[in-house]
Design a protein. Structure first.
Lengths: 114, 115
């Protein structure tokens, strides 16, 4: 595997379900990100992790819970989601510091909340 | 007012045309300016990066930043059908501290280049 991988690629869940999204990067980076991409809206930064430590939570509701066990893996745990949470969830990674503008994205998980 | 404004298009041009994509922004703290390209069912990929003001050229692509007008542009010369994608502008603040990695994106412009 190369680059940034995300699983699953598609997920349909009910509002009472609990599920997790997984992201893995094979680039040796130390920063990882979760973004939300909704139709007709800009990409929204959700969380930032540097060296496994969360450095940014962009006012994300608590029904989204990130986890970063090491610099290569990032999870997004989902519970009691709302239909408006349906979107493409993108994971990205980068070097830390001044090179963090160069982010490498995975293909995303298309989430549908019913 | 959004921090970054980008016309979503869609924009349709014939093969070989010169394409101009633009973004305006309101946050004067932005110092890093990027263009990402996103093909259908893929994640965005970095296309061009410019620090502060000026021009940068890479093959058929030219990025321009005018900080005095808070305006950035991406030009594509001799456009090809393979350039059909969504183009996202992105910006980041001054280097250091918690500004690192915090990109603010425009909505994206959908571009179609037809043969």
């Amino acid at each position: 595997e190369t680059g940034v991988t995300q699983t699953p690629r598609h997920l349909v869940m009910g509002m009472t379900n609990k599920k997790s999204l997984k992201c893995e990067q094979h680039l040796g980076h130390n920063a990882m990100y979760w973004y939300k991409q909704s139709a007709k809206k800009p990409l929204e930064l959700m969380f930032v992790y540097n060296f496994k430590e969360q450095t940014e939570n962009n006012s994300v509701p608590s029904r989204f819970s990130p986890e970063c066990p090491n610099s290569s893996h990032l999870f997004l745990h989902l519970h009691t989601l709302q239909p408006e949470d349906s979107a493409l969830y993108l994971c990205a990674s980068s070097q830390t510091g001044a090179s963090s503008y160069e982010q490498y994205f995975g293909p995303g998980t298309r989430l549908t909340v019913t | 007012q959004k921090e970054v404004e980008q016309d979503p298009g869609p924009l349709s041009v014939p093969e070989g045309a010169i394409v101009s994509l633009n973004c305006t922004y309101s946050n004067s703290a932005f110092q890093y300016f990027m263009w990402y390209r996103q093909y259908s069912r893929k994640g965005p990929e970095l296309l061009m990066y410019t620090y502060s003001s000026g021009n940068k050229e890479d093959g058929r692509f030219t990025a321009q930043v005018d900080k005095s007008s808070k305006y950035i542009s991406l030009f594509i010369r001799d456009s090809q059908p393979s350039d059909s994608a969504t183009y996202l502008c992105a910006m980041s603040g001054r280097a250091g501290g918690t500004s690192y990695g915090k990109l603010t994106f425009g909505q994206g412009t959908i571009l179609t280049v037809h043969p």
